[in-house]
Write a protein that binds this ligand. Structure first.
Ligand code: FAD
Length: 380
């Protein structure tokens, strides 16, 4: 009997965990290496598009996410000052019927925990920061900062926008700093003092916006994320706090509902927004990038994690039944299948016009990563 393919996955973010779960589903041996010592439930929400939910359903996580997340009737788009509706993108049961899966609004920590549950702890090594690697005929040698070395037939680098693997394979390059920042946080809806707020609304101002939505089915937790200019700020760190007074000031002319949410919120995190142009290549031999490592984008379509989750399903289809000698071609096939779509989403997201006005959204939400046609392997 031939030996099972062994794949080392770098990074236990949404992309890395989804990949581990999808590869295990097709009988591939995986081990995930994550630099962090532990996972923490950091304060942010995440929109899980119908296209990402298709993948989560295949990973057996649909019921869990329905129980953990909020099920909105729509993603509403309103003028920030008058509250006038520009475009109410209906989700709920209508979209579920049309796109084949629900649109959910979750706490990031709940989505991460669900993906973690699909992988199991025994397949995750925490406290393993990748420091270097080399590739030969027999596979890939990985070296970690803690002194450990590991051999695998293939490597999937889901190590995020500052990917060390990308830098070592294709050269170091800074992401594009957009000159804009996001304030974001989750907080108890009890702090709203009983005032009703919209289920999910993006409030469009002149040079800034804010998206506010519930992240629990019982509406007990609220999340918001902003985007506004601040060209000098370049930190992307979960530990960086923002000044809540400066935030309230920045949205002082917004609709009273927005001002009430910001007045009720106790603290915020502040995050520099970055993206990249589509990369010329994602893979080299038996090593491929995945998720933000190869297609980081602005959050304006709420599709960054969704793209990483879709990647996971498509990669598992490309690797199914493949031995070590077939991995390089399978990775090229993965890239050829995924790049046109992820590049289109990256470039569309950058314009920050998604759902502002009526438009076709089927190409994003109706995509089924388990059944979409696979491309031929591109010539490297
Ligand atoms: P990451 O989540 O960055 O994970 C990378 C992992 O690799 C981390 O755990 C890191 O510790 C680990 N790592 C890094 N280097 C090493 C190393 N050398 N060795 C070992 N481990 C390493 N997407 C959506 O779909 N919906 C949304 O609503 C949404 N909202 C967003 C709002 C904001 C403000 C932002 C900034 C992003 C948003 N996104 C959203 C995008 C989404 O967060 C990202 O696209 C997604 O997290 C990418 O997942 P990833 O696994 O590729 O990378």
């Amino acid at each position: 009997m031939s030996k099972r393919l062994s794949v080392a996955i770098i990074g236990a973010g949404m992309g890395g965990l989804a990949t581990a779960a999808a590869l295990r589903r097709v009988g591939i041996d995986v081990m995930v290496y994550e630099q962090a010592e532990k996972f923490t439930r950091l304060g942010a929400g995440i929109q899980i598009g119908c296209n990402a939910m298709q993948v989560l359903r295949g990973l057996g996580l649909e019921e869990r996410m329905r129980a953990e997340a909020f099920y909105p009737r729509s993603w509403n788009n309103k003028d920030a000052y008058t509250g006038e509706v520009r475009f109410d993108m209906i989700f709920g049961e209508t979209a579920e019927r049309k796109f084949g899966a629900p649109y959910l609004l979750a706490h990031r920590g709940d989505l991460h925990a669900a993906l973690h549950s699909a992988v199991l702890d025994e397949f995750i090594r925490r406290g393993h920061k990748l420091a270097g690697f080399s590739q030969g005929d027999g596979g890939v040698e990985l070296r970690f900062a803690n002194g450990a070395t590991v051999h695998a037939d293939a490597v999937v680098a889901a190590d995020g926008v500052h990917s060390l693997v990308k830098d070592q394979l294709f050269g170091r390059s800074e992401p594009n700093f957009t000159g804009r920042i996001a304030y974001r946080t989750t907080f108890s809806a009890a702090l709203l003092g009983g005032q009703e707020i919209d289920q999910c609304t993006k409030w469009w101002g002149k040079d800034r916006h804010i998206v506010i939505y519930y992240v629990k089915p019982d509406r007990s937790e609220v999340y918001f994320v902003t985007s506004q200019p601040e060209p000098g700020f370049r930190l992307e760190s979960w530990s960086t706090k923002g000044d809540i007074h400066a935030l309230r000031e920045a949205f002082a002319d917004f609709h009273p509902q927005v001002r009430h949410v910001l007045q009720s919120c106790p603290e915020v995190h502040k995050w520099a927004l970055v993206d990249r142009d589509p990369l010329p290549r994602w893979s080299e031999g038996n090593i491929t990038l995945l998720g933000d490592a190869c297609h980081p984008m602005t959050p304006y379509m709420a599709q960054g994690a969704a793209m990483a989750i879709e990647d996971a399903a498509v990669l598992s289809r490309c690797l199914q039944g493949i031995d070590r000698d077939g991995v390089a071609e399978a990775f090229q096939r993965f890239e050829a299948t995924r790049k046109p779509r992820t590049s289109k989403v990256q470039l569309t997201s950058r314009t920050n016009t998604w759902l502002r006005d009526p438009q076709d959204s089927d190409w994003v939400y109706a995509y089924d990563a388990w059944n979409a046609p696979l491309a031929e392997a591109a010539v490297a």
